[in-house]
Design a binder for this molecule. Structure first.
Ligand code: UDP
Length: 323
């Protein structure tokens, strides 16, 4: 298929672009490079420098790419930042997202695949979390993604736009070529790996008084290549709806640090800090629906493998991407 990938210069979008190309799809990446990196775009893809805030820019790109499907990764995606600057999240994730949806409908795009998040649920009533749990986000990031999910629902009902929205849990790991490089890094695994890379003396634990066995937050980590595979499965005609993507295993912040120590063979000192606003204590997925309905099966379900591939990438690219 001809696929337009927004945010294809970012962490998950770059790996997904690579996997789409490997599977024989033709890919055009649309990215404004505020978060993404030009050198993270697979050389086999076409690149459009996006300006989504400019009227008509998205529709022009959708048409130029002769898009049959759109994979929409581009977003602002940091819980902490969204608690300080909610307007950025509603502008980028909702307003710019709506312009993309309208462009998809105007150009007759057949399939829309959206990067949603477990942050749309807020603190869950039970874990593992299934798709029908109530969605009550506790930060503007999760709220903005939920708003887009609701728009997708109505565009499907009214315009017949077929969509799959994936509620990602915590993406981790790397492919051989592409990995995680945020200009300001807030994520746990890349921050912890800065210690064995010699770029930090210690890592930080945000909150040790959560109602969890060791007092630190629990998350469900998923390998970025497994995430990418789910997107490819979603392109099949008739696939439609909301799906969780995770492994059903929760790891605490302390367990992640321990795994990083095992993989790298380095001791990683950690300092205990206060809680980060907006963080739910425990998020663990049930991805049974994706397995059952999409035939998705994670190839790298173990945290060890995620950290090992991340570590291999960071060792090869200690400064990340050059641009
Ligand atoms: N975290 C931490 N130290 C860090 C970065 C993150 O303790 O340097 C915690 C954070 O509070 C959360 C978990 O690790 O409980 C995962 O955070 P991350 O930012 O990687 O992903 P999120 O769950 O926010 O999407």
């Amino acid at each position: 298929m001809n696929v337009l990938v927004t945010g294809g210069a970012g962490y998950i979008g770059s790996v997904c672009t690579e996997e789409l190309l490997n599977a024989g799809h033709a890919v055009t990446v649309y990215d404004n490079l505020t978060e993404g990196h030009r050198s993270a775009v697979d050389s086999r893809a076409r690149f459009i420098l996006g300006r989504p805030e400019v009227e008509g820019d998205l529709l022009k790109a959708v048409r130029e790419a002769q898009s049959e499907a759109i994979l929409h990764f581009a977003a602002s995606a940091l819980v902490g930042e969204s608690m300080a600057n909610p307007g950025k999240y509603f502008q980028n994730n909702v307003v710019n997202g709506l312009a993309l949806l309208n462009a998809a409908v105007a150009a007759g795009v057949r399939k829309f695949v959206f990067s949603s998040t477990c942050a749309t649920y807020g603190p869950p009533e039970k874990v593992p979390m299934t798709e029908e749990l109530p969605q009550r986000p506790i930060n503007p990031y999760g709220e903005s993604k939920l708003m887009f999910e609701r728009m997708l629902h109505w565009y499907h009902e009214i315009h017949g736009l077929e969509f799959v929205a994936f509620r990602y849990f915590n993406a981790a790991g790397a492919s051989e070529q592409f990995g995680e490089h945020h200009r300001t890094e807030t994520h746990l695994i890349p921050n912890v790996l800065k210690v064995p890379l010699g770029q930090a003396k210690q890592c930080e634990i945000y909150g040790t008084d959560y109602p969890t066995p060791d007092g630190t937050c629990i998350r469900d980590y998923i390998h970025v290549v497994d995430l990418a595979q789910a997107h490819i499965l979603a392109l099949a005609p008739g696939k439609q709806g909301f799906y969780n993507l995770g492994n059903g295993d929760g790891y605490s912040v302390r367990q992640v640090i321990q795994t990083c120590e095992q993989v790298t063979g380095c001791r990683i000192p950690a300092v205990e800090k206060p809680r980060r606003p907006g963080d739910p204590p425990r998020l663990v997925a049930s991805a049974e629906k994706a397995m059952r309905e999409l035939g998705w099966k994670p190839k790298f379900p173990r945290l060890q493998e995620m950290v090992a591939t991340a570590w291999a990438w960071h060792r090869k690219h200690p400064q990340g991407y050059p641009d």
